[in-house]
Design a protein around this ligand. Structure first.
Ligand SMILES: O=C(O)C(=O)C[C@]1(C(=O)O)C=C[C@@H](O)C=C1
Length: 376
């Protein structure tokens, strides 16, 4: 058997050839890119790539090598596409993104909607962002809030999208997908839950607890200590507080903020019952205009992928190659297409950045139904 040194020398000489060939290949890809810029042709040619993968696989033997060379060529062609997208950006052939840059939001004159009722966390988030004197109204559901924006009854809605303990508010993802409303800002609200009941109620009186599903999840450790209590979901924590007061039953309590308890005339039985001391919720500010602030630094998008192996892997490379930091990914089922999913990705950047334009160009060509949900 040959020594490791000799074998490594052989590999070095093969790799020299591969590196030289790689450079030659990319050079030709650059020429293809120039042609495509001039001819207005799409960079991504799915059919050509399919044929190429079949062709290279036919030139090697054994399943292991066939799979291996296909993986290698997927990477090579992905690099080639990135080079060509860059050429398009440099040639100014990207077109304008359908979002308008603005300097500020008119917080003074805005009419804002939140979900729930007086004392809801959404109201606190809205006041945190728009100020105490904001002109606002509330609706019962997230859907109604999105409708208020779409119809123009409100300029902005403040809605929860994610909690640090319980994770995403999945309904919001579906609504962002469905409505032509866009995220223009976000605000993070520290969330401290209480268990509140009728004045005079004692902990031993409680048999039933009302709250929003997410709030019940965020306080599950405390609630588990009282496993005989029935937990009932309602649409909002402040609506739970209101219900407890209205039904006037000493055995009922709500998980809500101390502010909601005060507003609805309840007494706090136990304060700070959230599992996590740093419990906080991220709220998004939604509008029906395609606008983004000059200093916006996060982009949310949604897209679908063909049902084939490696498609997510291929798409994510657009972030890596453009040096964009991806901060979040969620998947949701696509309506009417069982077991197929769309993806929601957040990444850092501003729609004016060339790297962002470049990535979006690639994502638009290589995924299906890409929607920019906002830059904020
Ligand atoms: O043949 C092309 O049109 C190319 O742009 C080259 C290439 C490749 O690298 O082989 C790259 C991107 C296309 O999706 C298909 C193939």
């Amino acid at each position: 058997m040959e020594s490791l040194e000799v074998l490594r020398e052989k590999l070095d000489s093969i790799d020299d050839q591969i590196a030289a060939l790689y450079e030659q290949r990319m050079n030709v890809c650059g020429q293809v890119g120039e042609y495509k810029v001039k001819a207005g042709r799409k960079v991504f040619d799915r059919q050509r790539e399919k044929e190429k993968l079949a062709d290279v696989a036919s030139k090697v033997s054994g399943d292991f090598n066939k799979k291996g060379i296909q993986e290698l060529y997927q990477q090579l062609m992905s690099m080639s596409r990135k080079l060509q997208y860059r050429q398009l950006v440099e040639a100014g052939a990207l077109g304008r993104l359908p979002f308008i840059q603005i300097n500020d939001l008119d917080k003074q004159n805005a009419r804002v909607v939140f979900q729930g009722t007086e004392g809801a966390y959404g109201q606190a988030a809205m006041r945190q962002f728009f100020g105490e004197n904001v002109n606002s109204f509330h609706v019962r559901t997230f859907r109604e809030a999105m409708e208020s924006i779409e119809e123009g009854a409100a300029d902005y809605a403040v809605l929860p999208i994610e909690n640090s303990t319980a994770g995403p508010v999945i309904e919001m993802y579906d609504l962002l997908d469905e409505f032509e409303n866009y995220i223009v800002a976000e605000t993070i609200l520290p969330v401290v839950h209480t268990l509140s009941g009728l004045p005079g109620a004692k902990l031993t009186d409680i048999k039933r607890v009302y709250s929003k599903t997410e709030a019940l999840m965020q306080t599950s450790r405390f609630l588990d200590e009282h496993s005989d209590w029935q937990r009932i979901s309602v649409v909002n924590t402040a609506i739970a507080a209101k219900k407890v007061l209205e039904e006037n039953d000493i055995s009922q309590a709500a998980v809500c903020s101390s502010y909601a308890a005060k507003v609805h005339g309840l007494s706090v039985l136990v304060d700070g019952i959230n599992d996590d001391d740093d419990n906080s919720t991220r709220f998004i500010v939604v509008t029906n205009q395609k606008v983004f602030l000059k200093d916006a630094s996060k982009i949310s998008i949604r897209f679908e992928l063909p049902h084939q192996s490696g498609s997510l892997y291929g798409i994510l490379s657009h972030f890596i190659y453009n040096d964009l930091n991806m901060t979040k990914i969620e998947s949701r089922p696509i309506k009417g297409r069982p077991w197929e999913y769309c993806f929601f990705v957040d990444f850092e950047g501003n729609l004016e950045d060339p790297a962002v334009k470049n990535a979006i160009r690639g994502l638009r060509e290589e995924s299906q139904n890409l929607k920019i949900l906002g830059n904020y």
